[in-house]
Design a binder for this molecule. Structure first.
Ligand SMILES: Cc1cc2nc3c(=O)[nH]c(=O)nc-3n(C[C@H](O)[C@H](O)[C@H](O)COP(=O)(O)O)c2cc1C
Length: 204
């Protein structure tokens, strides 16, 4: 297998997308990739975070995870993003990080990289699909290759049937069905990236 580098980049306030990102990290590594797990920088004011125990505890518990940088985008052959829905769109923290990628984009360094995305919301149909599609729009501008799960595996149906990317409903624990779909989505991304690395040179 060709050497495949995957960056799993997430934002999470309460832990849902963190659990999904960790599962994706494990699955991508098991599929043979070298993986970096990265959280995007928190932008919310300290007072807002500290006013909610769940948010504050999660920030404390994940302090050790490296913050995503442009080097991670440059380094990776493929990306797995996980991001909560905010009024049907990306959490601003993730959007802000993506918006720092102009210089890499300008050099053509994001073209031909693979990407897949996941989301969560408080409700089962609270906007996950719109959030993932919105993130993919940015990827089209990067010239990245979107590797959506489609309906290519039974795990996708069992997790709620979102063909754009695995979707979770916020809760204490992410369900076993959703985690299985996350694993499948990550493995599919690694397998596709491997082909890209072997056959299509990055424009750089
Ligand atoms: C400003 C804001 C807007 C939100 N909008 C929605 C929404 O439109 N629909 C929904 O179901 N949940 C919404 N939520 C809930 C989040 O999607 C939910 O907290 C998140 O998916 C949990 O992910 P996390 O545990 O990784 O932080 C919103 C939360 C916030 C703070």
């Amino acid at each position: 297998m060709a050497h495949v580098k995957i960056a799993v980049i997430y934002y999470s306030a309460y832990g849902t997308n963190y659990q999904m990102a960790v599962e994706a990290e494990k699955a991508a590594r098991e599929a043979g990739a070298e993986v970096r797990l990265r959280r995007v920088n928190e932008l919310a004011p300290k007072e807002a975070i500290e006013s909610q125990a769940g948010w504050k505890n999660h920030v404390e518990a994940t302090k050790h995870i490296a913050v995503a940088t442009l080097d991670d985008l440059d380094w990776a052959d493929g990306f797995i993003f996980s991001v909560p829905t905010r009024f049907g769109n990306l959490a601003a923290q993730m959007k802000q990080f993506l918006d720092t990628a102009g210089p890499l984009w300008g050099q053509g360094k994001l073209a031909n990289k693979t990407v897949t995305a996941m989301s969560s919301a408080a409700n089962p149909h609270g906007g996950q699909e719109a959030t993932i599609l919105s993130l993919y729009t940015t990827m089209f501008h990067w010239g990245a290759i979107v590797v959506a799960p489609g309906y290519t595996d039974p795990s996708i149906y069992a997790a709620g049937g979102n063909p754009y990317g695995t979707s979770a409903t916020q809760g204490k624990e992410v369900s076993a069905e959703v985690l299985a779909a996350v694993r499948y989505q990550a493995q599919r991304l690694v397998a596709t990236t491997e082909k890209m690395v072997r056959e299509v040179p990055h424009i750089a």
